[in-house]
Design a protein. Structure first.
Length: 508
């Protein structure tokens, strides 16, 4: 885990392996961003000119490495692009700083300590830089180089220490910002680890054990319903999905309460530890990354624990619906009817539409406690990826104002999302001749159809939103900003901020 320190040391005198500075796109070429004045001075005020000679423009995503002149303790300077110079009286956007810091950290894999001298005007900037640096340093190396005993020839380890320059270590707001960034990124990185862990190791039972251990560590209450308890409780959706697997399902409940909290937010996560499609088997080419199908549960887990560690003044309950979707002689068949926890019956037409089945049970269970709001998070449909691409999650809700709020909070924390409708006319496509509803409807608008299915399992009158994170949960392309390959931890920042807002009485 990468450590974070706030330092009052000057950029020139601090001992570190590298100094990170910002370079922006000016009207007449690259310009050195505020925060790096001492570094520029060591270059005789010619850092921008040197960068231009090296081909730097200041564009976002750009990383330029150069050796330090005498006068700087750190041997290397890393200039990260910040895009256009902000308008007069405007600051760099938080997400710009977050991504630039992430690019720097990723470049610094294998290094011990880097000092970040990026533009900081307020504690929010320090928070964004810390978040980007700590998220960008992430690497999943648990399964690599295990045969290399010398500890050197294995994979490069994440940058060990980030020192933020220009932040005020004794200022309350800066201290809180740094603490929040550390907690949030530790939990996001823990979610990433879970998502990246191969499905032969991360079974529902193993996932539940990780949550139980985290509960002990942080004081969050963890209750686990195993297959026997699920059978006794009548959780037909979770059991129906899990019954084809040797690895039995679990429903895990996390409870965080604050003594002064007036509101309760319930979070529900889809936790399919592997989605083969079941009897409606996915073809090759569609199942290689399906260990990521528990990303919603990982996000909910991370968000509840982060809210607890931050001490947010709100009650947060997390429900993780964990199952493995496999084909076998005991698997649910297309045509089977499941009796769900709510009492509704569902005709399973396609066993690959399994997420909505496990979520339905967890949503109804969560509803019984009458929380002020429920948000579910799921890698639910390929259709949402077709609609919004790989970086944007869809937000659906039974409440227009709540959907808008979730979308705006996501934007504020640097997560791309978009509001999606729940068109009532798509409901009839799920009419079943045999059961109360089928688990599949029209192909067109498949993401919205899934949302409409879930809505049937939300308790009457409860404000609810559904985040379909199928696109952004797992990143298959080249890393960028603070986003690594593999599990991303999508939606955790949105969920935590939403919990804080609800606690502050700003919502619902
Ligand atoms: N887990 C998948 C959705 C998914 C696809 C997530 C690709 C991430 C990447 C989900 O369980 C699924 O298979 N959905 C089906 C539903 C359909 C059968 C109605 C889909 O989207 O094709
Ligand atoms: Mn599926
Ligand atoms: Zn799935």
């Amino acid at each position: 885990m990468t450590a974070l320190t706030l330092s009052t040391a000057g950029a020139a005198t601090l001992r570190a392996d590298a100094l990170v500075v910002g370079v922006a796109k000016g009207a007449k070429g690259p310009v050195v961003a505020p925060g790096a004045e001492a570094v520029d001075k060591a270059f005789d005020g010619k850092l921008a000119a040197v960068l231009e000679t090296l081909g730097a423009t200041g564009a976002e995503g750009e990383v330029t490495k150069l050796p330090s002149p005498s006068g700087l303790k750190a041997p290397v300077v890393i200039a990260v692009g910040l895009g256009s110079v902000p308008e007069k009286d405007e600051a760099y956007a938080a997400e710009t700083l977050r991504r630039a810091a992430g690019n720097a950290s990723r470049t610094l894999a294998g290094a011990k300590k880097a000092a970040f001298a990026l533009p900081i005007e307020a504690s929010e900037d320090a928070e964004a830089i810390a978040e980007g640096a700590l998220l960008g340093a992430y690497a999943f190396t648990a399964y690599q180089g295990l045969d290399k005993k010398d500890g050197k020839s294995g994979p490069k380890l994440p940058l060990a220490e980030v020192a933020l320059l220009g932040a005020k270590p004794r200022d309350k707001a800066y201290k809180a910002a740094a603490e929040r960034a550390v907690v949030l990124t530790e939990e996001i990185n823990r979610a990433r680890d879970l998502i990246n862990t191969p499905p032969n190791d991360l079974t529902p039972e193993a996932f539940a054990a990780v949550v139980a251990a985290a509960g002990k560590e942080t004081g969050v209450k963890v209750q686990i319903l195993d297959e026997k308890a699920l059978l006794k409780g009548g959780f037909g959706g979770i059991l129906g999905v899990g019954q084809g697997s040797e690895n039995a399902p679990r429903l895990v409940k996390l409870t965080y309460t604050h003594s002064k909290a007036a509101k309760t937010l319930a979070l529900v996560g889809k936790g399919i530890t592997y989605d083969s499609g079941g009897i409606s088997l996915k073809p090759a080419g569609h199942n290689e990354t399906m260990k990521c199908d528990m990303s919603g549960a990982a996000a909910v887990f991370a968000a509840v624990v982060a809210a607890a560690r931050i001490g947010a003044e709100v009650n947060v309950t997390g429900w993780l619906a964990l199952a493995e979707n496999m084909p076998s002689g005991s698997a649910t068949r297309p045509g089977d009817v499941l009796r769900m926890y709510s009492g509704k019956t569902v005709e399973v037409l396609n066993t690959d539409a399994e997420g909505r089945l496990v979520l339905a049970d967890a949503l109804w269970k969560a509803s019984e406690e009458r929380p002020d709001a429920i948000v579910d998070v799921a890698t639910l449909t390929g259709a949402m990826m077709v609609a919004l691409g790989n970086r944007t999650f869809g937000v659906m809700s039974n409440d227009d104002a709540f959907r808008t709020a979730v979308h705006e909070i996501a934007e504020e924390v640097g997560e791309q999302s978009w509001p999606m409708p729940l068109p009532a006319e798509l409901r009839k496509g799920m009419d079943s001749p045999t059961a109360d509803i089928a688990n599949m409807g029209e192909r067109m608008g498949g993401g919205l159809v899934a949302g409409l299915f879930l809505q049937e399992f939300v308790g009457e009158g409860i404000t609810w939103a559904h985040l379909d994170i199928a696109g952004p949960a797992y990143h298959e392309g080249a890393p960028y900003g603070y986003t690594p390959k593999g599990g991303t931890g999508s939606s955790v920042r949105t969920l935590v901020k939403l919990a804080e807002r609800i606690g502050a009485g700003d919502l619902g």
